[in-house]
Write a protein that binds this ligand. Sequence first.
Ligand SMILES: NC(=O)c1ccc[n+]([C@@H]2O[C@H](COP(=O)([O-])OP(=O)(O)OC[C@H]3O[C@@H](n4cnc5c(N)ncnc54)[C@H](OP(=O)(O)O)[C@@H]3O)[C@@H](O)[C@H]2O)c1
Length: 232
Amino acid sequence: MNNSLHNKKILIVGGSSGIGLAISKHAYKAGGQLIIASRNAAGRHNDLAALIGNGIETYSFDITSENETVSVMEEIGDIDHLVITARPEISPAPFAETDIKQAKQAFETKFWGQYQLIQKAQGHIRQNGSIILTTGIAGEKIFKNASTMTIINSATDAFCRLLAVELAPIRVNVVSPGFVAPKPPEVEAYAQQFPSGKIASPEEVADAYIYLMKNPYITGTSLVIDGGAILI
Ligand SMILES: NC(=O)c1ccc[n+]([C@@H]2O[C@H](COP(=O)([O-])OP(=O)(O)OC[C@H]3O[C@@H](n4cnc5c(N)ncnc54)[C@H](OP(=O)(O)O)[C@@H]3O)[C@@H](O)[C@H]2O)c1
């Protein structure tokens, strides 16, 4: 079975920054036909091409907009892999003080955005392809001041397992990152207690997405890349 990424069409929503950018670099080097989409990706095309490679395509769309989601998928056409790393804005706060408008907006981006995108994209994903969602340590372990991400990540984890059954043979998996650079000094200091002794680089986390795209027998799984943070 050919499980190389060579010439595979890979759409990375959120591929213009952070973990998504690291996945983009890695997938492009592996021979993938790379498409990056985010609210500002097309406007940053030249910068992104300089960072990743001249063969990339970029599209601007907002994952919360149904019309923009439909249009962007029609323009892009069929793909092999869909990776979603869009990140919502959310300020840390105790549950009792969390601004419900901000929490709902975070759900709109990270949970309902992926829900809507997958409904519109599934007919474009080739049968031996895959979808990779992103959760995070707040869904694995309870941290004070992170209630919104705890709930979004937990719901996304269940969503992944549901989709792995309903969309088969398309494979559906999740990557759950721990603490990923860059982070403020106090978080770097906290991470010294982890078995890994440090936070992750975006590249270390990106490796997990590449593995899940390539391995044809993994579906419905959450791959935790947290340096052992959950253990302490
Ligand atoms: N970094 C961490 O420590 C960490 C830890 C655990 C989990 N995670 C999860 O990992 C994922 C990636 O995080 P990150 O830190 O790499 O994020 P990031 O650097 O902030 O990048 C987020 C990406 O999402 C895009 N985006 C944001 N809102 C969007 C929207 N409405 N529509 C389309 N694209 C949108 C951004 O581009 P535009 O601005 O151009 O739209 C950008 O490309 C997130 O799901 C996050 O919750 C991160």
